[in-house]
Write a protein that binds this ligand. Structure first.
Ligand SMILES: *[C@@H]1O[C@H](CO)[C@@H](O)[C@H](O)[C@H]1NC(C)=O
Ligand SMILES: *[C@@H]1O[C@H](CO)[C@@H](O)[C@H](O)[C@H]1NC(C)=O
Ligand SMILES: [Cu+2]
Length: 397
């Protein structure tokens, strides 16, 4: 089913917003972006920041801000840090470090020079030429053919990623391997960009807390890059994205478990985006057991980021259809890495449920992570350390 789309005349639109007017050719002055019913998209389940705060171990949370978490993650980069990046031209250096066959070489060798890993640069530290190359490589995946079966409904290489996530939804959400699987999935995306679209630069990440409360003004949501963070309308509709690198995209996978053609749409709610804050992130990261931290992050900042962008991004199974998905999950992965940095044991241990059976199967280092053949399967243990050999990256801060 195609979500119903109402095109409205501009004049007096607010007073006739409930009406679906007959389609008419828009004049250049009068036309508005197509509106989208949000009902087919639903939303991610959440806990409130207050719930996260009241359940967190307050003793540990006092350590935040004192440098106890190593990379001082949640303050904007200092001028000195930015100058370091410029002086070393680290994006070029990281570029040279990319292995020709990074899919298998690092995994087979099991080595990573921790002094010389790939570096993921926060979008504000990522140069314009790198930004343009990054979105161009995503466009390349969207223009390349799908590999076909088993990527149901996919009509291009990018949608193969959407299809994998859609089909695996129940195995990768609300389970302990949520964080390791999405770390692996971002890596799979990175490999497709490098191996199939020639992307040979450092990767970016998005410190979403810097844009909380004002996604619309984020340097990601511009016509040069991901397109606008269009606001949810007063009567709760989204809009098709009509500018930026992914303007006028038709998606074929989803929404939900079904597959029907629908536009790439957003419905940004800045009340929800304001919830994506460093205090919420830190409350979740102050939890000392993996499973407590994981559920707090998944239902907390992770879920609010999805719901704040809305429409395609708010739909659990096929949210990958909006390329901002990967920037959001780079943020989630950064948060996970910061939690791990506080204690070396967090690179080699995990707990919680690997499935939704009762009693459940416990997650272990040997729990398998699959991308349905996009890239080889791996294990939770292989991705716990971002410098462990299968992976070889760190964040710029
Ligand atoms: C934005 O989210 C808040 C919090 O859930 C909600 O109360 C409000 O109605 C939403 N705004 C719109 C326009 O949907
Ligand atoms: C997207 O479609 C709209 C409506 O047809 C059009 O005005 C706009 O120019 C298109 N944008 C691009 C980048 O093609
Ligand atoms: Cu997911």
């Amino acid at each position: 089913m195609r979500p119903s789309i109402a095109r409205q005349a501009l004049a007096g639109a607010a007073t006739v917003s409930a009406l679906v007017l007959p389609l008419q050719p828009p004049s250049p002055v009068d036309r508005r972006a197509e509106l989208v019913d949000l009902a087919p998209f639903g939303s991610f389940p959440t806990i409130t920041p207050e719930e996260a705060s009241s359940r967190a171990e307050k003793g540990l949370s006092l350590l935040f801000g004192s440098g106890a978490f190593g990379e001082e993650p949640w303050s904007p980069p200092s001028n000195a840090e930015i100058e370091d990046v410029d002086a070393a031209d680290s994006s070029m250096k990281a570029t040279e470090d990319v292995q020709d066959d990074s899919t298998t070489q690092a995994a087979a060798a099991g080595t990573c020079d921790a002094n010389n890993p790939n570096i993921r640069f926060e979008w504000r530290n990522y140069q314009d030429t790198d930004r343009a190359a990054f979105v161009a490589a995503i466009q390349c995946l969207k223009a390349a053919p799908s590999a076909g079966s088993p990527f149901t409904a996919s009509q291009n290489r990018y949608e193969d990623l959407v299809s994998v996530h859609q089909q695996m939804t129940d195995q990768i959400h609300m389970v302990a391997q949520f964080l390791p699987w999405h770390r692996y999935f971002v890596w799979v995306f990175e490999q497709l960009m490098r191996d199939e679209c020639g992307f040979d630069r450092a990767f970016p990440w998005w410190d979403e807390t810097l844009d909380g409360g004002n996604f619309a003004a984020s340097p990601l949501f511009t016509d040069a890059y991901f397109g606008p963070a269009t606001a949810v309308t007063a009567d709760g509709q989204g809009t098709c994205i009509e500018s930026g690198a992914f303007a006028n995209t038709t998606l074929h996978v989803g929404p939900g478990t079904g597959n029907s053609d629908h536009c790439l749409s957003r419905a940004v709610n800045e009340t929800l985006s304001a919830t994506v804050s460093s205090s919420f992130v830190n409350d979740c990261n102050s939890r000392t057991t993996y499973s407590d931290m994981e559920s707090c992050q998944e239902l907390g900042p992770h879920a609010y980021g999805h719901n704040a962008i809305g429409a395609v991004m708010a739909e659990v199974s096929s949210s990958v259809g909006d390329p901002i998905f990967f920037m959001h999950h780079l943020f989630v992965d950064h948060t996970f890495r910061i939690w791990q940095n506080a204690d070396a044991a967090r690179l080699t241990t995990i707990n919680g449920c690997a499935d939704k059976a009762s009693p459940c199967t416990a997650v272990t280092m040997d729990t398998v992570l699959s991308s349905m053949g996009l890239r080889p399967d791996t294990t939770v243990g292989a991705v716990m350390d971002t410098l462990g050999g299968f992976l070889c990256y760190r964040y710029d801060h």
